[in-house]
Design a protein around this ligand. Structure first.
Ligand code: ME8
Length: 507
């Protein structure tokens, strides 16, 4: 039986159309999901939207739409964006889905019945015009940070989750599972800044707005949006439903991929809820850095971004995918700019990969009548290259197992550079002049074609369109992970050379 792999992105707020930052997480998750599928895993890759909450209720009011109508439009738009970016998700969850709503109500009820949720009083600072609660530290000059008006102290009846009860269990778990929170810097931040100072019980219901899942036994309360949202990772699998096949097969998740600002929710609140429900915890939460623009966060209010589909239209889908996967060391912040996107595409996809394929195939067209066959008559320079090609699959797999996607791509790009250098060193255009060296010429081109083929097989996870184009030009059906050994192709009969990736002129 195939081993399973369950990977998730956060479920994004459909409060406005998505930007390149949302694409960043989703493209990385997609590359990991595709890679695992190619490795033979039975993959469940999930994304979706977090439809509820006061922020969305307010946004909908501004546009005079019902909240559901407001989010429906954005969700359609998001699905189209994922299609444009070739995101291969297996399931798209929305927190307004009926089965999700039912399951969240049941989870809440279970926790209430067993005493992990109790009724108490929520004290806070309230801005009446904005219908928002604030904490002391969120206020600006003692006033509402949104409208700058006076706030007043109020208290309302609310339900609380006994987060404090899980402090010890959670600390022990995190300490004894070093891979649970990655990178390690985020693990230390969670322990030192949040858990050690003490976990307070968490207010998990609101009665000041209505756009949420009602508490089934006390309908004037809606369930706190993070309890609603985090549960998505199990409700989608049918947790609490009659059919638990998916849940039994895929839970616990292998990887929750999230931005660094929500690691806290995923490594404290979510595990505590799972502990309360007596369920296993996800194997890993990876908190990645942000894409920033001109040194600052991509922001809806600053309007410093455009629809990511514009980039795809201008530069092609694989340029956008490749940039997201390669440019930023995973875990760190990285700058996004069109200049950086252009220069990354030209250097890696056009110069390194594209030129290599085009010149190798055109020499095979020209000197060998499209044909290159496997012979065993190599000199040292050839064996050096062959041994590099042979190492590639393993080094890429190792990096991908650690989710170091950008480093996995570096391995491939480095091999392609070596192939380019091999051409410069062996000078096939000179070898071609000597009819007695026809076998050697064949060997040179065969070796590079194998390097290209093996790289293209691995690249299917990252830039699927370009990989397919290359494998089609090589006219080979040896394109699965079972075909990653050097020398699997007996004979190439390549197609006409063509440009692999169009150079982008600077704007
Ligand atoms: O937090 N760079 O939704 P959200 C990189 N609904 N990633 C970015 C980014 C940027 N500039 N901007 C956004 C929520 N992201 C909750 C999640 S999960 C149970 C609930 C990505 O719409 C990144 O993954 O604010 C971040 O964590 C997520 O979008 C936040 O999306």
């Amino acid at each position: 039986m195939k081993e399973k792999f369950y990977i998730t992105t956060p479920i994004y707020y459909p409060s406005a159309n998505f930007h390149i930052g949302h694409c960043y997480t989703t493209i990385i998750a997609d590359a990991i999901a595709r890679f695992k599928r190619l490795e033979g895993y039975d993959v469940f890759f999930q994304t979706g939207t977090d439809d509820h909450g006061q922020k969305i209720e307010n946004k909908a009011k501004e546009t005079e739409k019902a909240p559901k109508d407001y989010v429906d439009e954005i969700v359609e738009n998001a699905k189209d964006l994922w299609k444009t970016l070739k995101i291969s998700y297996d399931y798209f969850i929305r927190t307004t889905d009926d089965n999700h709503i039912k399951a969240v109500q049941q989870i809440f009820e279970t926790l209430y019945k067993q005493g992990d949720i109790y009724k108490g009083e929520y004290k806070g600072l309230y801005c009446t015009p904005c219908e928002s609660f604030w904490t002391e530290s969120q206020l600006v000059d003692g006033k509402c940070p949104d409208c700058e008006r006076e706030v007043k102290e109020v208290s309302e009846e609310a339900y609380f989750f006994k987060l404090s009860k899980y402090q010890k269990q959670l600390t022990e778990y995190i300490e004894s599972h070093p891979d649970f929170i990655q990178p390690v810097s985020r693990k230390n931040e969670m322990i030192n800044n949040f858990i050690k100072p003490g976990l307070a019980d968490l207010c998990v219901s609101r009665s000041s707005f209505t756009w949420g899942i009602p508490v089934s036994f006390d309908e004037k309360h809606v369930i706190y949006v993070w309890i609603d949202a985090l549960s998505n990772y199990i409700t989608s699998l049918g947790y609490t439903s009659d059919d638990s096949t998916l849940f039994d097969k895929f839970w616990p998740a292998d990887l929750h991929l999230v931005g660094k600002e929500i690691v806290r929710f995923h490594t404290i609140i979510w595990p505590a809820i799972l502990m309360a429900l007596d369920l296993p915890l996800p194997k890993q939460i990876f908190g990645h850095g942000w894409l920033i623009i001109d040194g600052g966060k991509i922001s809806k209010s600053l309007g410093n971004y455009q629809d990511p589909r514009e980039y795809v239209r201008t530069y092609g889908v694989d340029a956008v995918r490749y940039f997201a996967l390669k440019e930023v060391p995973f875990g760190n912040d990285g700058n996004f700019s069109e200049e950086a996107l252009i220069s990354r595409t030209n250097s890696d996809l056009v110069n390194n990969l594209g030129n290599l394929v085009t010149r190798t195939v055109s020499m095979t067209n020209k000197y060998l009548d499209d044909k290159a066959i496997r012979l065993d008559n190599d000199g040292e320079v050839d064996n050096n290259l062959i041994s590099e090609i042979k190492k590639l699959q393993n080094s890429v797999k190792v990096k991908m197992n650690e989710y170091k996607v950008n480093e996995a791509l570096t391995e491939i790009m480095d091999l392609l550079k070596k192939c380019n250098k091999y051409i410069d060193d062996t000078t096939p255009w000179i070898v071609a002049k000597d009819p007695e060296k026809k076998d050697y010429l064949n060997t040179i081109l065969y070796n590079i074609l194998e390097g290209i083929r093996i790289s293209a097989i691995l690249l299917q996870a990252f830039i699927p369109d370009t990989s397919e184009k290359i494998l089609n030009i090589l006219a080979t059906d040896k394109r699965s992970f079972d075909d990653l050994e050097f020398g699997q192709v007996e004979e190439y009969l390549v197609k006409e050379a063509q440009i692999i990736y169009e150079r982008i002129e600077n704007k």
